[in-house]
Design a protein around this ligand. Structure first.
Ligand SMILES: NC(=O)c1ccc[n+]([C@@H]2O[C@H](COP(=O)([O-])OP(=O)(O)OC[C@H]3O[C@@H](n4cnc5c(N)ncnc54)[C@H](O)[C@@H]3O)[C@@H](O)[C@H]2O)c1
Length: 453
């Protein structure tokens, strides 16, 4: 890959002053109107990270599916260090399933930071309205949402919109330069990568008095695959994304931009009833073997198991050496490259802020940039891993993309009274306590679970 192309795809484009197109809105020093879709934990952080760019911006509208989340976020923002940037009135604090449209209509740049499954629907609306987008990962939880996301990327590119996705490792010099060194051949040919998200786990949220089933599942979304894609998609996508970056050397649209097939296994051993309450129907571990078009492979593991070995990392092995973010060594362990943290060009803000600073600059300078392409690939690669493990089948990328089934048609989620695609067991294998519900009969069973439509 040519250096110019590498820079374009690695997040360094602005530093090199590459091809310039006018953004849709808010060029130069104009006021940029920001809208926030989703008011949960990350959304609250992401908005403040955006404001830390300290350019001329006003927050004009915010929303959440839940009324109480939208209102409490509004209160928190007005009491924050960035209170002067909060230009929304109480009438511009929205809630409900169509609230995202009201926010997006009012802004120049939308920050889309909701439960993952809604991402493709919200992204499509934003680009159709010609709005710049920051959004969190993952970007798809199934094949139809991946295909929709890819179409939205095309619309974004046609309109010259700047799209940044919260795969924040792309904004860290230790990763950017690792890929550059690998592309320069420092460790020879890439043979394989191994990527881990092995940790204790995440929150469980209890059913609240008066919750409909849809409310409960939305609140406790990480335990329902139709909403989160499972841990392999929700969190491990970060590490899988780095492997795609390494194998493709930044040429995300090229033949090595994603694996061509996967076989995998997984299951649910510790995070299940009765050991854990509110653990939905997701797995707690996955092990995948992905193969790329040149025969190189990615070995991936993710788990959420308390009191077990924790490791979240990425490592690459080449014909002449190996390494990870910030370093490469030869076969004998002799250093081939180490990032120079004293070099001023490596002293950028933390990645959660820097991704926003870069995006603000690109919008204002009219620099073309779209993270959506690699984000689509890493989200779908993770979906492919889940499909292979849950079904117990080896599945090719093309088959998964073209024939993978929908977890739920998200455009049709319009009301809290709607029936979700997965319901509590009517004849549970273990009797839950009064008021509790379990979903053990919905846990995907390898050999029986169907991945295709
Ligand atoms: N890049 C990172 O390192 C990082 C870190 C944390 C979270 N995230 C991502 O951020 C996203 C949100 O995670 P979180 O931890 O903030 O979860 P959260 O549960 O705290 O917040 C999600 C919010 O989205 C709202 N929501 C759900 N559906 C909605 C809809 N249709 N319209 C409007 N609002 C809706 C929920 O009500 C909730 O308030 C996830 O995709 C997660 O992967 C990324």
């Amino acid at each position: 890959m040519k250096r110019r192309d590498f820079l374009k795809t690695s997040g360094l484009a602005s530093l090199a002053g590459l091809s310039v197109t006018r953004g849709a809105q808010a060029a130069g020093d104009d006021v940029m109107k920001i809208g926030l879709v989703g008011c949960g934990g990350r959304a609250r952080g992401a908005l403040l990270d955006r404001l830390s760019a300290k350019d001329n911006v006003k927050v004009v509208a915010i929303c959440d599916a839940f009324e109480e989340n939208a209102k409490s976020a509004a209160e928190a923002f007005r009491a924050s260090d960035y209170a002067d940037n909060m230009a929304f009135s109480d009438d511009e604090v929205f809630w409900g399933f169509d609230a995202y449209k009201k926010v997006i209509d009012l802004c120049d740049q939308a920050l889309i930071v909701t439960t993952p499954a809604f991402r493709p629907v919200h992204y499509r609306y934003a680009v159709e309205q010609g709005k710049h987008v920051f959004m969190e990962k993952p970007c798809a939880v199934d094949a139809p949402s991946y295909r929709s996301f890819v179409e939205s990327n095309k619309i974004a590119d046609e309109k010259g919109l700047v799209v940044v996705v919260g795969y924040q490792r792309h904004y860290e010099p230790q990763y950017q330069q690792l890929i550059e060194k690998i592309a320069d051949g420092v460790i020879g040919d890439v043979m394989y990568t191994r990527v881990y998200w092995n940790g204790d786990g995440i929150w469980e949220r209890r059913r609240m008095a008066g919750d409909t089933e849809m409310m409960y599942q939305l609140r406790n979304w990480y335990h329902f695959n139709w909403l989160c894609g499972d841990g392999i998609v929700e969190q491990h996508c970060h590490n899988i994304d780095i492997a795609n970056w390494i194998h493709s050397k930044g040429d995300f649209m090229g033949p090595l931009g994603h694996p061509v097939k996967c076989n995998a296994m997984g299951g649910r051993q510790t995070r299940r009833f009765p050991f854990f309450k509110d653990s939905g129907y997701r797995y707690d571990h996955y092990v995948c073997e992905f193969t790329f078009a040149d025969g190189s492979q990615m070995f991936s593991q993710c788990k959420h198991m308390a009191n077990t070995w924790s490791n979240v990392s990425e490592h690459v092995y080449g014909t002449k050496g190996e390494g990870g973010p910030g370093f490469l060594v030869d076969r004998q362990g002799k250093e081939l490259w180490r990032i120079d943290n004293n070099d001023p060009k490596n002293q950028v803000p933390g990645p959660y802020q820097y991704e926003h600073h870069c995006q603000a600059k690109w919008i204002r300078e009219g620099v073309k940039h779209n993270d959506g392409w690699f984000a689509a690939n890493s989200s779908m690669t993770s979906v492919l891993g889940r499909m292979a493990a849950c079904s117990g089948q080896e599945i090719t990328w093309d088959d998964a993309v073209n024939n993978g089934r929908a977890e739920f048609p998200l455009e049709s989620v319009t009301s809290w009274d709607q029936v979700p695609p997965v319901l509590p067991d009517t004849e549970p294998p273990v009797q839950p306590a009064e008021g509790e519900k379990i979903y053990e009969n919905s846990v995907p069973m390898p050999g029986q679970w169907k991945w295709n439509a």
